[in-house]
Design a binder for this molecule. Structure first.
Ligand code: EPZ
Length: 429
């Protein structure tokens, strides 16, 4: 088992390079199944969620070649139809994209119900509704989602809730369906647009991604391509919040500033200065932090995946801030860890009331999920004294080279091996 040990209290200075987007990669890699051909994917982040989905494709008969550190070539020509068991999906929420991709290519899919970060009920009813509207029969049998169709036929699908996963899964299933599929009330996250661009590079006809109506005209066949994944909005946002929380001057490079606008707006309100360049943002903060209210919303709102990191910043900002979560039912489990570090936060359901304190104090804390883990790193960096973050397997699922990147900014953080007490493997996604 490993922990992160952080000696906090230092401002951050320097540059950090952002990796490819995790939530785009975990959709784009299984989408390669639809090509039935060779696909080269660049800007792949080296994180454990990506390694897991590559292993699953490999076990299904795809040939996966590492071209260099961030480029892979996947050949799905000889990939065969397979049932995907729970051992493969239990640690990995996005494994449900295999349902859409296999249904699209083979007109059948059998995939174990996925695991994932636990922040409330995570239904897949909208995914199932979408597959059924395309003409598939979908059942859950012994924990497996079983979907079959003689043929898939385009349809008009209204999403009752804005869902990233359901929008992606329906896109995957619809690209090879007959006729026109219209997804209404679609999610608009940057990785939805990235997936649409990837599908189009493989010969699909997807229009309107990034708006709430996506139109997919089914094509007969798709083919290989070369594609580069967008930079990770949430990794970038995490370093921006870290810079603003610690103070200092950090250039966050290889980003799409447009994707970061909601985060930039809230950091400016809290007292940071942000300068946008073509593919970088510079975050400086030398003044005290101010309170600010934040509500998470689907894109282009403030991302729920930045909520825990922002909570840490607000916990040391002057005044009382209100942080409202409107995407997940239960995404404040990590708050208990911040209270141990001296934060003053009260949670009532989906709202946290944060009374800023002068300082946090280092202690031993446990990550409860991926973004909570990132938030605890930031908490350690702003704290007096030493913080030990446990359960860092969660953080490794979504942050490439986190120690190296923070160290380059002047932080004191190291990964240390510790005696394995209980080996619980967490789920994420
Ligand atoms: C994606 O999860 C992300 N994961 C999550 O990021 C992110 O928190 C979430 O989108 C919201 O932005 C990946 O992309 C792999 P949803 P997803 O379907 O697709 C409800 C991270 O830290 N809903 O958009 O599972 C659901 O309960 C991870 O990187 C239904 O009601 O989220 C929730 O309230 C964690 N029925 C809301 O929609 C459904 O069938 C949004 O969920 C599906 C979802």
């Amino acid at each position: 088992m490993e922990n992160f040990v952080i000696n906090g209290g230092k401002e951050l200075f320097g540059e950090v390079n952002i990796s490819g987007a995790k939530n785009a990669a975990v959709a784009i890699i299984p989408a390669a199944i639809l090509a039935g051909d060779k696909v080269r994917i660049e800007n792949i982040p080296q994180i454990s969620d990506v390694h897991l989905i590559i292993e699953i494709l490999d076990s299904m008969g795809a040939t996966v070649k590492l071209i260099n550190n961030d480029t892979i070539e996947i050949d799905t020509t000889n990939l065969s139809y397979q049932s995907v068991p729970y051992e493969m999906t239990s640690h990995f929420r996005a494994s449900y994209y295999l349902i859409g991709a296999m249904l699209g290519r083979f007109k059948k899919a059998e995939v174990a119900m996925p695991g994932g970060c636990n922040f409330g009920v995570r239904p897949i009813d909208l995914h199932v509704k979408g597959f059924k509207m395309l003409g598939a029969d979908v059942d859950t049998v012994d924990g497996m989602v079983v979907a079959r169709a003689d043929k898939l036929v385009g349809s008009s699908i209204y999403m009752d809730n804005v869902s990233v996963g359901a929008t992606i899964n329906v896109m995957l299933a619809a690209v090879l369906a007959r006729g026109l599929t219209i997804i209404e009330n679609a999610a608009k996250e940057p990785h939805i647009v990235d997936l649409a661009n990837f599908l189009n590079s493989m010969g699909a006809d997807v229009r309107g991604a990034g708006t709430d109506v996506i139109k997919i005209r089914g094509v007969e066949k798709m083919h290989g391509c070369t594609y580069s994944i967008i930079p990770d909005q949430i990794e970038a946002g995490t370093y921006m919040v870290a810079a603003a929380a610690c103070g200092g001057d950090v250039l966050v490079k290889n980003v799409i500033p447009k994707h970061l606008e909601s985060i930039s707006a809230k950091l400016i309100e809290s007292g940071a200065e942000i300068i946008e360049y073509d593919d970088a943002v510079r975050v400086t903060r030398f003044k005290p932090l101010n309170k600010c209210n934040v509500k998470t919303m689907p894109h282009p709102g403030f991302p729920t995946d930045m909520q825990p990191q922002m909570c840490v910043l607000l916990s040391i900002a002057k005044g009382t801030s209100i942080l409202s979560e409107s995407v997940w039912d239960n995404r404040f489990q990590y708050v208990g860890q911040l209270l141990r570090m001296g934060a003053n936060i009260q949670v009532d359901g989906k709202v946290a009331v944060i009374e800023g304190v002068d300082r946090l104090t280092g202690c031993e804390v446990k990550a409860t999920d991926l973004r909570a883990g990132a938030a605890l790193i930031i908490a350690g960096l702003v704290s007096d004294g030493v913080t030990t973050v446990e359960n860092i397997q969660y953080i490794d699922r979504g942050y490439e080279d986190v120690v190296k990147k923070f160290t380059a900014l002047g932080a004191e953080i190291k990964r240390v091996e510790v005696q394995d007490t209980a080996s619980a493997v967490p789920s994420a996604g």
